[in-house]
Design a protein around this ligand. Structure first.
Ligand code: FAD
Ligand code: NAI
Length: 465
């Protein structure tokens, strides 16, 4: 028994934040339980987020490559390419089952008790999970986030879907209208576009992908347009009416103006996510949320109530699985009396479209607010491997402090941008200068050489342009 409590650590939520925190706490010798109300572990990411969306992105890319891609150019004749959507969905489900089952195995291996059910606070150290009341010396809130609803648009998961419904569509939409040109809209829009849908993205702001570097946002928009996406920027949706198998969407310019109607076979609502705190009875623990519904913590993930900690999508910061995972490790280490740290200045983000769009650190706009910067850019068209592979779109951009040359941000649009950004994150974590990257030997021929050349371009001396 842990100091008279049932557990040393009780984690609420078994997403990438919660399950990782539970495993690390157990590894550190703490008696650990994890409450999860879903039928399977892994949270949003494994069940209805990162993993199933990447499964469909991979599958749809294979389909598109075979049906309309470069295979024929390389002398690979695929014949009549047909889509078997049921099999595609089956393989997606298998991927999810394998990974969520893997977390269950890890829980058993680490002797973590899974308390099945919805958890709510009874006091600062006590929680009810279903009918069971448990106490814990430390409680970690890792309840994640859910889809933000759009007032006036009722999701029916058939014709008007959120991201979960968009993963399950049983037919390829003839016309998918995506509300919100963010990460989900572009990833899932890409899936259905590749499988044959016409896709229109309606975005409230004047540009897609808020939060990313301005030049990257503009270039991404151009690339998606070239792929056949239609965009209605600076446009708001004011209503959606389902009429049998179609949906009539009313849209108007964001600042106001004449309304128009767009007819869609399917609508995806992807305007963001909001933290999950409803039903937790936070008030019984003496906790409050901020005006964005998030639980505030200090740098060590302590909330305002001693013994209660919070991590992942439910606290401020980017809503990303790897951020939640790193916070999960750090919070467990802090609870165990070690020093758990997450460097929130170096959290990479990746949009898994084709090409992938990735960034870490500051945008050029943000960096300029801090002082003078030097920027180096290198186009993927001039990278031998990307050119050979017929992957000409995109560039790498390195932003460095003009005085110290320290790298402040790196942005990549490239077929393997998500893989390339790891190197940039590591360099930044080590406090690298652009010269450090430029003088690091990169294997040839790799896409990563474009990062080296962009770093060389910071001081004006790339070789291949
Ligand atoms: P979650 O994963 O949301 O897990 C929280 C868990 O807590 C849930 O399982 C929930 O059932 C449980 N829970 C909530 N309240 C209670 C309660 N009271 N009692 C018991 N259990 C409770 N991020 C990336 O980094 N890369 C990606 O490629 C990516 N793709 C995504 C694609 C989609 C379609 C979506 C929707 C999201 C994607 N994300 C991606 C975001 C990522 O899924 C989240 O950032 C991540 O899951 C957050 O982890 P978390 O542990 O904070 O919360
Ligand atoms: P998002 O915040 O990325 O994008 C939402 C978009 O909707 C924004 O461009 C916003 O301006 C727009 N918008 C908001 N209200 C609108 C309205 N009324 N009409 C039209 N447009 C409107 O949110 P998204 O795409 O829903 O994703 C949610 C979260 O999930 C993100 O925070 C992201 O971090 C995470 N995620 C991460 C992925 C990854 O890492 N690859 C993949 C998918 C999701």
């Amino acid at each position: 028994m842990a100091d008279g409590f049932d557990f040393d650590v009780l984690v609420i939520g078994a997403g990438p934040g919660g399950y990782v925190a539970a495993i690390r706490a157990a590894q550190l010798g703490l008696k650990t339980a994890c409450a999860e109300s879903r039928e399977t572990l892994g949270g949003t990411c494994l069940n209805v987020g990162c993993i199933p969306s990447k499964a469909l992105l991979h599958a749809s890319e294979l389909f598109e490559e075979a049906a309309h891609g470069t295979l024929a150019k390389w002398g690979v004749k695929a014949g009549n390419v047909e889509l078997d959507l049921d099999t595609m969905h089956g393989t997606r489900r298998e991927a999810v089952k394998g990974l969520t089952g893997g977390i269950e195995f890890l829980f058993k291996k680490n002797k973590i008790e899974w308390l099945k059910g919805l958890a709510s606070f009874e006091g600062a150290n006590s929680v009810k999970v279903g009918d069971r009341a448990v106490t814990a010396k430390n409680i970690v809130i890792a309840t994640g986030s859910s889809v933000t609803p759009l007032p006036g648009i009722a999701v029916d998961q058939e014709r008007i879907v959120d991201s979960t419904g968009a993963l399950e569509l049983s037919e390829v939409p003839s016309h998918l209208v995506v509300i919100g040109g963010g990460v989900i809209g572009l990833e899932l829009g890409s899936v259905w576009k590749r499988l044959g849908a016409k896709v229109t993205v309606v975005e409230y702001l004047d540009q897609i992908l808020p939060g990313m570097d301005g030049e990257v946002r503009r270039e991404a928009n151009k690339i998606f347009k070239k792929q056949g996406f239609e965009f209605k920027l600076s446009t708001k949706v004011t209503g959606a009416e389902r009429k049998g198998d179609t949906v009539a969407l009313t849209v108007e310019p964001a600042p106001g103006g004449a309304a128009e109607t767009i007819e869609a076979s399917h609508v995806l609502v992807s305007i963001g996510r909001r933290p999950n705190t409803d039903g937790l009875a936070l008030d019984k623990a003496g906790l409050q949320v901020n005006n964005r519904g998030q639980i505030e913590t200090d740098h060590d993930f302590r909330t305002s109530v001693p013994g209660i900690w919070a991590i992942g999508d439910v606290i401020p910061g980017p809503m990303l699985a790897h951020k939640a995972e790193d916070e999960g490790i750090a919070v467990a280490e802090n609870i165990a009396g070690l020093t758990g740290i997450v460097n929130h200045d170096v959290i990479p983000s990746v949009v898994y479209t084709n090409p992938e769009i990735a960034g870490v650190g500051l945008t050029e706009e943000q960096a300029k607010e801090h002082g003078e910067v030097k920027v180096g850019k290198f186009p993927m068209l001039a990278n031998s491997r990307a050119k050979t592979n017929h992957e000409p779109d995109g560039f790498v951009k390195v932003i460095a402090d003009a005085k110290t040359d320290r790298v402040l941000g790196v942005w990549v649009i490239a077929s393997v941008g998500g893989t390339m950004i790891a190197q940039a994150a590591q360099a930044m974590e080590f406090g690298a200068t652009s010269e450090d990257i430029a003088y690091t030997c990169h294997a040839h021929p790799t896409h990563s050489e474009a990062l080296k050349e962009a770093a060389m371009a910071v001081t004006g001396k790339p070789i291949h342009i």
